[in-house]
Design a protein around this ligand. Structure first.
Ligand code: PLP
Length: 374
């Protein structure tokens, strides 16, 4: 064991390490955008859209301002609104549900599966009503949700499936990349995501020509050609600078995902024997790109405090199940409506995870955890 009195700093993520590994290319990309004044949309955005669509093997990628807008715009352009219901999962970032409400529809939450933190597919059908229009599964923490099964339910009930891929760029389930199961999928390129810009950025992908056209139009004030507004829209465009940075990073994403997985497997091995914690599980037939490394821990809050004292940054994703937030008080739901999510929420803790995490940092984290549960 290493000397735990020698305190180490282990940040939750280290975006600087990644920047330094590509500094020259990123600096050049940023300066080119400025030099050519390609600030909003323009050639860098078009180039990234083409590259991302090609990497995903889909016909269309539309860059938008962020991953939240991506969901909102899709719902609007699918004609989902007043009087409709959209099903999603109780444990996610609020973007997934707030956009459903913003579109004018009613959000219907489903509990999570115990092991993989995704939507519990067995609990979906009982919540489908004649008003249900769509289901938004979320690939949370980098682990694919069972979108193959959700898709089958959608086909049976004639519903639309939109995949929220913001935490799982290029993860796979049964050999197929997530984001290619539904009618359309959404991505966030928030700086801390596995593929991150240097500010807010997002995208929609789809194979549907008509939907792609509408999304592009709506995100740009309802116009495909300047001043030709075919409808009213919003201002949600991808900036040239973010697109240029994303183009530099895109060729590296699979390697970074593998580095995360390797780190996660190393941590799993070091933490497996500790009584008091449960290490993250990987679903059979799936890849996991470990956007987050989430353990379930006894005495979680005490542990988090201890790790903080030891210089280890952690986080909770998310401290409150979405339906139990004050924002959703009007739904009148309680913990007993989401027993698995509510149970998990008291135990989940996200440990530091990023591609450049060192062996020393991971050994230190493992030793601190071991000591805490002695
Ligand atoms: C980050 C995230 C979003 C939203 O992305 P922004 O770019 O921050 O708007 C949506 N859904 C999930 C699951 C996310 O993690």
């Amino acid at each position: 064991m290493i000397d735990l009195n020698v305190k180490m700093q282990v940040p939750f993520v280290d975006l600087r390490a990644q920047y330094h590994s590509l500094k020259k290319e990123i600096d050049n990309a940023i300066f080119s955008v400025i030099e050519e004044s390609e600030f909003i949309k323009g050639k860098y955005v078009s180039a990234f859209e083409k590259e991302f669509a090609a990497a995903y093997g889909v016909k269309h990628c539309i860059g938008v301002a962020n991953g939240t807008d991506a969901i909102y715009i899709l719902l609007k352009m699918l004609g989902i609104g007043e009087g409709d219901e959209v099903i999603t999962v109780a444990n996610s970032w609020i973007s997934t549900s707030e956009t459903i409400t913003q579109a004018g529809a009613r959000v219907v939450f489903i509990d999570t599966e115990p092991d993989f933190f995704s939507i519990d597919v067995s609990k979906i059908e009982e919540k489908i009503t004649p008003r249900t229009k769509a289901i938004i599964p979320v690939h949370l923490y980098g682990q694919p949700a069972e979108v193959d099964k959700v898709k089958a339910i959608c086909e049976k009930h004639k519903l639309i499936m939109i995949e929220d891929c913001s935490q799982a760029h290029f993860a796979e389930i049964n050999g197929q990349t997530i984001g290619t199961f539904g009618l359309a999928s959404t991505f966030s390129f928030y700086p801390g995501k596995n593929l991150g810009a240097y500010g807010d950025a997002g995208a929609v992908i789809t194979n549907d020509d008509d939907l792609a056209r509408k999304v592009r139009m709506y995100s740009n004030h309802g116009a495909l050609i300047k001043h030709q507004h075919e409808m009213e829209g919003i201002n949600s465009r991808l900036d040239g600078m973010h697109a240029a940075i994303l183009s530099v990073k895109l060729p590296h994403i699979k390697k970074w995902n593998e580095m995360r997985l390797k780190n996660a497997l190393y941590l799993n091995e070091k933490l497996a024997a500790i009584k008091g914690i449960e290490i993250p599980k990987i679903r059979k037939g799936s890849t996991h790109i470990f956007h987050l490394y989430v353990i379930k821990a006894e005495r979680r809050d005490e542990l988090q405090k201890y790790l903080k004292e030891k210089g280890i940054e952690t986080a909770i994703h998310y401290p409150t199940p979405l339906p139990l937030l004050p924002a959703y008080k009007y739904l009148g739901q309680s913990e007993k409506d989401f027993p698995v999510t509510a149970q998990n929420q008291k135990k989940i803790l996200s440990l530091p995870m990023f591609p450049e995490l060192t062996r020393e940092q991971m050994d230190y984290v493992a030793d601190c955890l071991t000591k805490f549960y002695l």
